[in-house]
Every structure is written in structure tokens, then in C-alpha cells.
Design a protein around this ligand. Sequence first.
Ligand SMILES: C[S@@+](CC[C@H](N)C(=O)[O-])C[C@H]1O[C@@H](n2cnc3c(N)ncnc32)[C@H](O)[C@@H]1O
Length: 356
Amino acid sequence: MAVVDVDATGAEEFAGRMLGTVNGAMLALGISLGHRTSLYDVLAELEPATSERIAEHAGLQERYVREWLAGQLAGGIIEHDPQAGTWWLPREHALSLTRTAGPNNIAFMASAVSPFAELEDDVLAAFRDGGGVPWSRMERLQAWQSELSYGYYHYALDAALGLVERLPDRLRAGIDVLDAGCGHGHAALRIADAYPASRVVGYDVASAAIAAARAGAEALGLRNARFEVRDAADLEREAYDLVLGLDVVHDLARPYETLRAIHGSLRPGGLLLMAEHALSHRPEENVGHPLAATFYTVSLFHCMAGSLSDDGEGLGIAWGEERIRPALAEAGFGAVGSHVLEGDPFNIYYAAQRDR
Ligand SMILES: C[S@@+](CC[C@H](N)C(=O)[O-])C[C@H]1O[C@@H](n2cnc3c(N)ncnc32)[C@H](O)[C@@H]1O
């Protein structure tokens, strides 16, 4: 073996960075528990308090709360007065960790770590033997993703619909809408609720997701929303004026066939509104993106693995505008606009129109 010089300082710096990453990942599990137990929400409401008082307010076991507090102190999240025996969450930290933070709640983001980790054995097996991880194995992950979408669409959907001239007016007047790969149906439900004259259909292959979407429609008393377990490639012809493909096309086993089916399902002049991650298909161009490492993990455990489970294309989350535009053109779409919404640098919205 050739003897090569090693930059000892660089190696030490790298090892330290890796250790910090592992420490952060373990801390993320504690942050997830802080979210799921509502401990951050409770702490945000309390003056500095003992572990007994915090546990009582949260309805939790004091011994667990005390151990968690110690880890949170070590992680620089919570502060502590050893003399008084009290603990508190600084207001500046509460802004990123409580439910009232809404889409800025990073503790909710941390609660994704364990549902991804649950799939590690399946992903490991797929590394060795090929294939993928079926969507049916991802129920907990999909429930998290759905909560993410809910908070997200609450904020982004109106802005996305507003990207296309006169679309809100047409929805108000009444059009046919399909949410392809609707998940728990948040976007479909929101549109059906806001535009009662429009008729909204959601298709997804995950039966748990469709059950949740149907329950959502029932809870809202919607009569203009319908959900079916169905492959998004299996579509009626010329039936819709608007098709949504939100964070879904790269997950599909047959994305190119599905885009062609979507094109065929639109009436002339109809519109596909598609959201995909603002990543390049060239890995080197994603270096420096603040969440690219997270997104590649999401792809490895979920998007790519889900697609490959069905003997699919396995595009991965980062198929990128460079490949999306030719795919839309190949499916038959002429005019394609792409937009980044203010406050959402992570997605690109494509508005692709079927020719009249
Ligand atoms: C990342 S989720 C996005 C869900 C939803 N559009 C949202 O933004 O909340 C991707 C969804 O695609 C669904 N899916 C995967 N393959 C599908 C297919 N062939 N037909 C329909 N849905 C599919 C999955 O079950 C999952 O619910």
C-alpha cells in the first residue's frame, strides 16, 4: 500500500466534527421527546421550576423528566439553577421549540429522526439485496410527513395557487381538481373547503393515508371531496382542470408514465401544479445547501426506497430542474413556469399547462 501523508490537523478537525454530528443526532432524539411529551410547551408556560413541578404540569414521570432535563442542559437547550433546583427554557429557545412556533418548530422536525431510523434495517437489507422499502412500512413516517404538510400547506397553498393567473377565481366558480399522491389529503381538503363549488379527488396508493383523508373530509363535512386508493398513473382522460402533484412525482415508481397520464387527464388548457425540491441532480451543486444532507437521507430511507420497492425508477429527491423540465416536455406539456415562493426556499413550484 502506498504511504501517503495525512494532514493530522485536518483529520482531528474532521473527527471532532463527526463526533459533534453524532452528539447532535442523539440530542435530536431528546428534542423529539421534548416535542412529543409537550415538555417544551409546558416549560414555555412556567417560571423557573423544579423537576417535580415540571413533571406534574406535564403529567409525566418525574424521574424521566429529570434525566431529560439534564441532557437538555448539557445540550445547551435548557438552563438550570443548581442552588434553587430549578430549570427553565429561555424565551429565545422557546421560539424554535414549541407548538406555538408553527412552521418554525424545530422540535417537530427532530421528531422525524426516529421514524426514519425505524426503517434502517429495511434500507440496509435493500443496500445488500436490492429492491426497496414498501410504502406500507412507512406509516409512522407518513403520519409525520402529513403533519409537516398540514403546517406547510396551511401557509403555502394559497400562495402556490396564486402563482397562476385567475386560478383562485376559477376554483371559486367551480372546476375539477385531482390531488395525485395526496397522502393524508391536506391540500385536497383545504381546496375543497375553501372552494365549495369545485370538485376535488385525491388518489394515493397508501390505504392508511386514504383512510385519514376520508376521515378529514368527514370531519369537515365536505361533500365535494372524494378519496380513493389508486395508482396516480391510472387516470381518467380529460377529466380535470387542475392536477396537484405536491412532493410526489420523484416518489413514484413510474414517474414518466404518470406525468403522461396526468397530461392526458387534463382538459385542454388544464394545469399541473407540481412541487419538487429545489435541489440539483448534480451532488456537487447541492454542497452548501443547508439541508441537503437531510434531504438525501429522506430520499435514501423514503423517496428512492419507496419507488424502488415497486421495481420503480428510484429517481430520488434530487432529480432537479435539469431533469424535471425535459420530463414535463416529454409528457406533452408546452408552457412550464417555475416559481420559488417567498419564505419557502426549499421547493420549486412548476405550473405546467396542457395546450388548448
Ligand atoms: C411525500 S408524500 C406527499 C403526499 C402529499 N402530496 C403531501 O404533500 O402531503 C408522497 C405520497 O405519494 C404516494 N405514492 C407513492 N407512489 C404512488 C403512486 N404510484 N400512486 C399514488 N400515490 C403514490 C405515497 O403513498 C405518499 O403518500
